[in-house]
Design a protein around this ligand. Structure first.
Ligand code: ZN
Ligand code: ZN
Length: 382
């Protein structure tokens, strides 16, 4: 467990990451998973889930969790790293370094337990066949996103990292925004933003920064190009910083020169209204699909329903798109502690696009945004 620390003015303090509490939650859930009375153990292959449970960040390895043991298996490249990361995380686990004896290690620790949960959404056919061959006495029970279900509910350590990452992104945007009107390229703007995030303490980027200007802004997942940003362009900037793997996510849309046309203003006002309606709908107990409906109904009312071509939001965490996804098809209920985005957008070919996105912590009776950059069409104070 890392100590509480505070770095720099204005950045939220980091809270400890209680990994043993996560392992306790996992063990408590085993009996609920799968049909016919749960599983007795689980083997975890997905790196983000291994990291969530143990702090280990290697790209190869697996984790066996039983009622008695936590066993981490990886190869020799990670021998020192896994020991250091588990110690840093305060996780007591048996570490096995092998590539040839994985089956024997799993069989030894599984003992007489029969029902073994497997991440059916992640393991490959070959990994499944290996498990079946290594563990002929076990019953492999397919589990769909079991850890991802637990990861929806962020703990204090996670929320504090997301909040700090978001604060870094806010500060980085404020630092580079004055350049937007001086005809940089999309790529130069993206690199400036990324450099500012690293200068301000980011460990990594949440995802590839989007700076999309003019016609490119009508592409929801545009990549920065060498196109010069002209003063009359709509510019969509979607980006995030990461702290300990936890990535923030925010989008703002500007007119580079600060003077929008009536049509640009109309699109932006509609998205701003939709986004506010979506944020206002987020609360403990709200249906996930109701957030999408809140945004979509505003845009439909402005005649822009067909221009809103993606879902409204997603959870953030160790992965940039985590469950729940806030779409019209979502079937779940938001719970206090989830951290989700609300990001309606409209995309009009030839004119451009507008997207506004905040990340918010779901609470009782409402939500608390962790992204705070001002929402305005002009990149500079009027
Ligand atoms: Zn985003
Ligand atoms: Zn997003």
């Amino acid at each position: 467990m890392t100590a509480v620390e505070y770095q720099g003015p204005g950045l939220p303090p980091l809270q400890p990451m209680d990994r043993s509490a996560r392992i306790d939650r996992l063990r408590a859930a085993l009996g609920r998973w799968g049909e016919n009375g749960g599983v007795e153990a689980i083997v975890v292959h997905k790196p983000a889930n291994i990291r969530w449970l143990t702090g280990f960040t290697g790209s190869n390895g697996l984790l066996l969790v039983t009622d008695e043991a936590v066993v981490a298996v990886t190869d020799g490249r990670y021998q020192d790293q896994i020991a250091a990361e588990l110690a840093e995380a305060g996780v007591e686990a048996t570490v096995e370094i092998t590539i040839t004896e994985i089956g024997r290690v799993l069989a030894d620790h599984l003992g007489s337990r029969r029902r073994l949960g497997v991440e059916s959404h992640h393991v490959t056919w070959r990994q499944h066949d290996d498990l079946a061959e290594w563990l002929p006495n076990a019953e492999l029970v397919p589990l769909d996103k079991p850890l991802e279900g637990l990861r929806r509910d962020k703990d204090d350590g996670e929320r504090s990292r997301l909040a700090r990452a978001a604060a870094i992104a806010d500060a980085a945007l404020a630092r580079v925004l004055p350049r937007l009107g001086s005809r940089p390229t999309e790529r130069q703007m993206a690199r400036a933003l990324e450099n500012a995030m690293f200068d301000l303490g980011a460990d990594a980027l949440s995802f590839d920064t989007i700076v999309a200007a003019g016609p490119n802004s009508a592409l929801p997942h545009a990549r920065p190009t060498d196109r010069v940003i002209e003063p009359e362009d709509l510019v969509v900037i979607d980006f995030g910083a990461a702290i300990d793997g936890y990535g923030s996510d925010m989008t703002r849309t500007f007119v580079a020169g600060g003077e929008p046309t009536p049509e640009q203003q109309r699109l932006w006002d509609a998205v701003r209204e939709a986004q506010a309606a979506g944020v206002a709908a987020v609360a403990d107990g709200a249906a996930e699909r109701s957030i999408d409906a809140a945004c979509r109904s505003v845009l439909v009312g402005h005649g822009l329903g067909d221009a809103f071509t993606h879902s409204t939001g997603h959870a953030i965490g160790l992965e940039i798109h985590e469950d729940p996804i806030l779409s019209a098809r979502a079937v779940g209920i938001l719970r206090a502690g989830y951290v989700v985005t609300v990001e309606p957008g409209v995309y009009v070919p030839g004119v451009g696009g507008v997207r506004i996105e905040d990340s918010v912590i779901v609470g009782n009776g409402g939500c608390q945004p962790i992204t705070h950059s001002p929402k305005q069409l002009a990149p500079l104070p009027a």
